[in-house]
Structures are given as C-alpha cells and as structure tokens.
Design a protein around this ligand. Sequence first.
Ligand code: G3I
Ligand code: 9MR
Length: 586
Amino acid sequence: MKSISIYHLPALFLIGMIFGCASSSHLPMSERIRVNQIGYYPSAKKIAVVNSDDATEFSIYTSDQKTKLFTGKLSEPLSASYSKKNYRQADFTSITQPGSYVIAVPGVGSSYPFEIKANVHEEVAKASIKAFYYQRLSAPLPEPYAGKWHRPAGEPDDSVLIHPSAASPGRPSGSVISSAKGWFDAGDYNKYIVNSGITMGTLLSAYEDFPEYYKPLKLNIPESTNAVPDLLDELLWNLRWMLTMQDKDGGVYNKLTNARFDGMIMPDKATTPRYVVQKGTAATLDFAAVTAQASRIFKRYSIELPGLSDSCLSASRKAWEWAVKNPKVEYDQNAMNKQYDPDITTGGYGDKDFTDEFIWAAIELYVTTRDVSYYKAVDLQPDSNWLLPAWPQVRLLGYYTLLRFENELTDFPAEDKKSIETQLIRFADRLLGQKQVSPFSSVMGGAKKDFIWGSNSVAANQGIALVQAFRITKNKTYLNAALLNLDYLLGRNGTGYSFVTGYGAKATLHPHHRTSIADGIKAPVPGLLAGGPNPGMQDKCMYDSSVPDEAYSDTDCSYASNEIAINWNAPLVYLTGAMEALQQQF
Ligand code: G3I
Ligand code: 9MR
C-alpha cells in the first residue's frame, strides 16, 4: 500500500484558523465517502475511504463547511476485494483538534459529519447496553426509561407449558412452570438458552475485563439507583430467567418459545401459547458456564443480592453433572418435530459439537471454584483450530477467562498458559494478516467467510480477540486494529451504513425487529446492531448488491441481513466499552 501524504497539519490548521479558509460551497453529502459516522479519538488513527477512480485530493472542513482546516492527498486507488470498485484512502490521523468535521472531495461531495474528541464512543457504548433493556420481556417499559419507545409489558411467561419433548417425571407434558423475565432474542420474541449463553458470557466478560469503566456507567434503567452497576443490573434480568430454565435433574431446556414465529406485532399482542422445549447438552453447558461466571461476579454483591451467587454456583454444578451424564443430546428440531406435537418452527440454534461448550463450562467452573477437577475433566486444547466466538463456538470465551485470571490461578499449568497465550497471539496475527487486503483498512472483510448471517458480530468479535491480544502483549497494533473494526461497524464499510440504529447520519433505519416495525414510531429502537452484509440472502428480500461486503438490505423484510440479535449486540457492547476504557492508549 502506498503511503499517504498530508500537508503539515499544525501549520495549516493555524493558517486556517487565522485567515478562515474559503468555504467548500457546501458540497452535497455523498455516501461514496465512508467514515466512522460517530467519530474518532484525538490521538487515534483516522481513515476515510472514498469510492472514486480519479479524485486525488481531500479537505477537512468544520461540519458547517465554512472553515477549511487542511487539504491532503488521497492514496492511490485500492481495488476492493469483492466489488472491484476503486477506493482511495484519506488519512487524517494528524488532526487532533476536537471538533465536528466533514471531509470534502472535489467531484465527489462531502462526507457525513463526524466528531473528533475524547469519549467519542461513550453514547454508542451506553446505547448498545440500553438496547438490552428494550428487549426485556415480562415488564412494561415506562416512558422515563424508554422515552418514546415506552410500551406495555410483553409475554409474562408466568405459565409456560412443558412441551412433550421436555417432559420429565416431575414435569409431565402440558404441565405449567413460570419462566418470566429475560430478553427476547432478536427480531422475534422467543428466548433461547444457547444464544443467551454466548451473549451473557460476552457481557460478563466485558465487566470482568473493565470493571472500573462499567461500575459508574449509568444507563437510566429502573435499577439505576441501586448499588449494583447498571450493566450487571441489566444482565441480571436475563440471568433470573435463565435460572428458571433448569429442570430439577440439572438439565436445561433449549428454549422458551411459541410454536411458530409471531406476526409483526408488539410484544403485548403476542399471546399464543409458550413452551419450554427439550433439554440439551449445549444449552446445559452454556448455562453452566454463565452461571459459574455470574456466581463469581455477584459474590461481590452479596449484600444487595443475598444468595444469588450461591444459587448460581449450585445451578452451575448441577448443570455440569447433567451434561457429563448426557454428553451428546443434540437439539435437532426436525427430528423432534417428527416425534412430538405441536411442531416447533422457531429458531433452532442446533449445535452438534459440544467439545467447545464442555471446555468453556469447565474453565468457568474451575476459575470460580478453583477446583482443579473441572479443569482436568476436559481436553483443554483438543486442536489448534481456533474459531472466533459465535453461538455454536464458545471455546475462546473459556480461554479469555483463563488469561484474565492467569496470575491468580495457582494450579494453572505454566505450559498450558504459555500455549494458550501463543495460540491467541497467532490467532490475532492471522486476523491482522487479513487487514492488508481490505481498502477499508479493517480486519473485518479481509476474508469472504466473514460475511455470514450476523456478519457484524464477526467484526465485533474480531475486535474482542484483538483486544484480548492487546491485554496480554500490550502491543498497540492489536488495539488499533480493534478500533478500525469499530469504524467498520459505524460506517467505514462497503455499504456506507452505520449498522447501529440511532447512531450515525446514515444508520440502519428498518431492522427486522418486531417492536421497531409495529410500534408506529418512525425511528427504530436505538442501540441495536443490524446483522450486516450476508450474500447468503436467505430471506429472498430485495438487495441492492450481492457482493459479499455490500449484500445488505435496510428493509424490515430482511432477516438475513437486517435482523438484530442479543448475541450480536453483546460484542458491540464489549468493543465500544473496551475502546472507551482503553482510549488513553491510542
Ligand atoms: O453449520 C454450518 C457450517 O458447517 C458451515 O461451515 C457454515 C458456512 O457458512 O454454515 C454453518 O451454518 C450456518 C449456521 O448459522 C451456523 O453458523 C448457516 O449457514 C446459517 O444459515 C445459520 O444462520 C443462523 C440463522 O439463525 C438461521 O438458522 C444464524 O447463525 C443465527 O444467528 C440465526 O438466529 C436467529 C434465530 O434462529 C431466531 N431468532 C433470530 C436470530 C437472528 O436472525
Ligand atoms: O422473523 C423471523 C426471524 O426472527 C428469524 O430469524 C427468521 C429465520 O428463522 O425467520 C423470521 O420469520 C420468517 C420466517 O422464517 C419465514 N416467513 C416469514 C417470517 C417473517 O419474515
């Protein structure tokens, strides 16, 4: 890649301020200039990309386009890996002066406005957590907390039917349990343990990695006045639900669901019968991991939440024991439907391989209890094939935990520690390697396989892996790359959208999210991360492009590219929180 030259900025800035440079004559906004639409930290890397064959120059103006601060040279054209369009980079890292700006490119137009300032991602970091509040079931969302998105309670889930697939001696088919609270999963109103597992693990890890950042963070939720940090209060809403999903024998139901997806209605209008469905090994182990991790975190809050930590730990142990006795119970929805009625056609989250879930649960139990028998119960590193966390792939969550506590774990063998650290660095270096091929300068998009259903969670989870590598090496290359992936999510990408509802001049407006569709309010519920480009286009909706990094449809039809989901928002929470917490390092 050719180096990008910029004029001597401080001098130019000074000249601009003294003489007040000419206005750009208000170039029209052009979506061909891609920026992080929220903004940049003063001392961080700042890149925009411009889709142009022939432009050579760019200028930075104040966002009213009245004052030009400087002019710089665009890079040579870089051909995008999939669309083959020409993009040129504008590197304006040297601008450190806080303010609100646009980039203007003659013949192209001006960019969406963005800011340069400290704490620039604070609002989006908070909104990404508050988004979970908007997903709460079983309680109304009053206006003081929910603003214009206030609404009545959805699904009380206080009398949920035991589906025949879930019948057990104490709980025959058709009997009723209470399984209230929780977040609804995504655009649909169902609650799935497997997907809650990675979501909760990611949120709890954000807290464990950055407690000093999260402790004072206020989200304006009903619990904001208590002594528990708001992030923990919010995830407690889902934890309380998860705890109800364990049968008396320790096994955990895969999901709480209606038989089929609701129409596009508000949650209080969704009143069809709800079932808990079949226990399974993946759900039970994910539950064991989450409750073990929650137990050690909530131990510090035993005055505010008496007994919670102990209940979590005993639930976790029981779940582990069930899974050891039932190590291969797959959730195969089609097979289940052949055997039982009614048929269940909502999300499957059907995983077939439980190796990673065993490793994650064993590690969380070991770290919480310091009982080395959990650690020894699994082959910790069955292979060196590291895969980014995703709902069917949770092994890395366990490794992150081991590294987080490595200095406190007296029984953690030095060779295991060394080998996990080495593998993590190798993994992060592989991610950095992909970055070279993307004109967007992000690791995200460097490989075609990044563009799966929920690809934006790939970008966020890559960011987390890079933050983990930074934590153990203190090498800022990883941290810088993590921030560039956040830039990707907030607008510097092949589509030009900021994928977080409510944040960015051109942000996702029409997510496949029943509440946003049915509430009669123009603006979608804020802080939600859209799934993102997915050339699979399984929803058969209208897409502007089928190119991997452009195959995105901002229509509420598009569940394959424009749904939202808790397991996608959680890594956004982590990544935005980490960038805010670590911003002094840039
Ligand atoms: O398992 C194969 C793997 O072997 C292969 O290498 C890979 C290649 O792409 O595909 C893997 O399967 C994919 C699977 O996710 C696991 O990643 C499927 O192609 C893909 O269609 C599937 O997408 C899932 C989608 O449901 C459809 O089942 C998404 O991950 C998952 O996030 C999404 O979840 C839905 C819930 O079911 C219902 N609630 C909304 C939620 C979000 O859309
Ligand atoms: O709304 C559903 C969404 O939450 C799921 O992720 C998606 C895939 O399972 O399915 C959506 O529901 C659609 C169904 O699968 C097919 N008929 C249209 C439904 C709503 O668009």
